[in-house]
Design a protein around this ligand. Structure first.
Ligand SMILES: Nc1ncnc2c1ncn2[C@@H]1O[C@H](COP(=O)(O)OP(=O)(O)OP(=O)(O)O)[C@@H](O)[C@H]1O
Length: 302
């Protein structure tokens, strides 16, 4: 196992495509045994960062370090596992042939390792890639990324197209590598996907890392949306002036509110009014962005 302080070490990365700055002056480090969630809306620069890190494109400025070297060094590449956002695989190959090819690239691996991973994910490796469903093709990509117990994992939206059970399996695989000391860069659109697994997260917006923090701190800026369903029509004014709630919409027996912080005042107010059901939705990432940007006038990349 590697003992470098940072397994992933991006310094001052800027990538321009013509006049567009896709990533601007990005610093990002991932240490051993750490999962870093890289979040951002479409076009924020996540994939560009990853492509630069893996040496697929050259930085305009700055440097990208992997395992104390560069991804173009084959000895380093062999210790990295990568799942790309777009999985393009040769449709005529059988999954097992493709996986063997990847194993050979990495200096050969026991087929038993690959078989175990396929079993764990419920993938039949004798099928042709072209005959597999989108989710099963993604499993092939996941098997090749994890088959060699990599010291660094770079995962660009790895669970897109997978059902929730498989998403959980993938997260378990990530956890096992983390326990073994690997560093993981995990890009996603959504906070819920990474919040259970990431140790730290960074939010990219228009190529700029506008926030880097632990999940707990980030959650502080997320608000909670509640839907309360009453047994009877809601009395007029019932939800007026409740501390910490806003955006109140009352429609017959249903009220929708946004809660900032504690729900105590709201619960006190509706006590005795026969609330039958309360459904809670945490803010999704876009809402967190929105909320966050209200306090971040300088977070623009351009
Ligand atoms: N090869 C390229 N040539 C020109 N522009 C590019 C190229 N690659 C990316 N871009 C632009 O750079 C910006 C960042 O794109 P990138 O794919 O890194 O975002 P992303 O955060 O991964 O988005 P998504 O979540 O949609 O995959 C976008 O505006 C995109 O159009």
């Amino acid at each position: 196992m590697n003992h470098d302080a940072s397994l992933i070490d991006v310094r001052g990365l800027t990538k321009r495509f013509g006049t567009l700055t896709a990533v601007k002056d990005l610093d990002l480090r991932v240490g051993p045994g750490e999962v870093y969630g890289l979040l951002g809306p479409n076009g924020a620069g996540k994939t560009t960062t990853i492509r630069a890190l893996l040496g697929f494109i050259n930085p305009t400025e700055g440097s990208v370090g992997l395992l104390g070297g560069h991804a173009r060094d084959l000895a380093i590449r062999r210790r990295v596992g990568y799942v790309g956002g777009d999985v393009t695989l040769d449709r005529n190959l059988r999954a097992e042939n493709l996986l063997t090819w990847y194993a050979d690239l990495r200096g050969g691996l026991p087929w038993k390792n690959i078989e175990q991973l396929c079993e764990r994910l419920g993938l039949d490796p004798s099928r042709k890639i072209g005959q597999l469903s989108t989710g099963n093709r993604r499993k092939v990509a996941i098997v090749q990324a994890f088959m060699h117990d990599p010291d660094v994992l770079v995962l660009d939206e790895p669970t897109a197209g997978l059902d929730p059970l498989l998403q959980r399996d993938v997260l378990d695989l990530v956890r096992s590598r983390r326990s073994a000391g690997a560093g993981v860069l995990y890009s996603s659109h959504t906070l819920p996907e990474v919040e259970d697994i990431a140790d730290r997260i960074g939010i990219l917006r228009r190529g700029v890392l506008v926030r880097e923090d632990t999940i707990a701190s980030l959650r502080d800026v997320a608000r909670q949306r509640l839907e309360l369903r009453f047994a009877h029509d809601i009395p007029p004014g019932l939800l007026d002036g409740v501390e910490g709630i806003s955006d109140v919409v009352v429609d017959g027996r249903v009220a929708r509110v946004v809660v900032d912080g504690s729900v105590a005042a709201l619960v006190d107010r509706v006590a005795g009014h026969q609330v039958e059901r309360i459904v809670s939705h945490d803010d999704d990432l876009e809402d967190v962005f929105f909320h966050y940007y209200q306090h971040d006038e300088d977070g623009d990349a351009t």
